[in-house]
Design a protein around this ligand. Sequence first.
Ligand SMILES: [Zn+2]
Length: 181
Amino acid sequence: MTTFEELLRNNARFAATDVKDHQPAIPFVPHQQAYILTCIDPRVDPAQVFGLHLGDAIVARTVGGRVTPAVLQDLAWISYLHEVKTPEAEWFDLVVMHHTDCGSGLLADDELRRGFAARTGYDEAGLADLAVLDPAATVPGDVEKILAFPYASPRIRVTGLAYDLKTGVATVVVPAATARR
Ligand SMILES: [Zn+2]
C-alpha cells in the first residue's frame, strides 16, 4: 500500500465516525478561539503539542513558523470576517511558536542558501532572515510584526512561544499582548 492509499484508507475510517458532526457552526470561529502559527516540521504538530481536536483552532504553518506576507493576509481576512460577521463573539489568542532544531536554520548555511537562491531567484538576504537558530531570539520579532500589522484586530491577543523538541515544553517568550491599530 502506498502512503497515499493509506491516507485514503484512514480517511474512510475517519468519515465513518461522528467526530466531524461536532464542528463549530461558524467556520472561522473555532471551539478554542485559538489561532496558531508554527513550523511545518512534522515534529511540531500543534494538535499533539497543545492537545487540540477537530474544530478547536485555526492553524497556519510556514517554514520556521515565520510571519510571511501570506500569513498576514490570512490574519487580515480572519480579523475582517470576525469584525463584520461575529462582532459579539470572543476573540482570538494567537500563538506564534518557533522551535529548536528547526530546518529553517539551514538557511544560515551559506552554501545551501546561495545554491537555493541561485536556483530559484529568491532574495538571498530575505532567505537568511527566515532562519530560526534560537527560537527565543526570533519569535519576538515575528510577534511584533503581527502587533504592528494594521489589519490585525486590536482584540486579538498575541503570544510568542519557544518549543523545545527534546523536552516537549513550550515556553512563553513574549507574554500576551494586544494587537495595536
Ligand atoms: Zn522548523
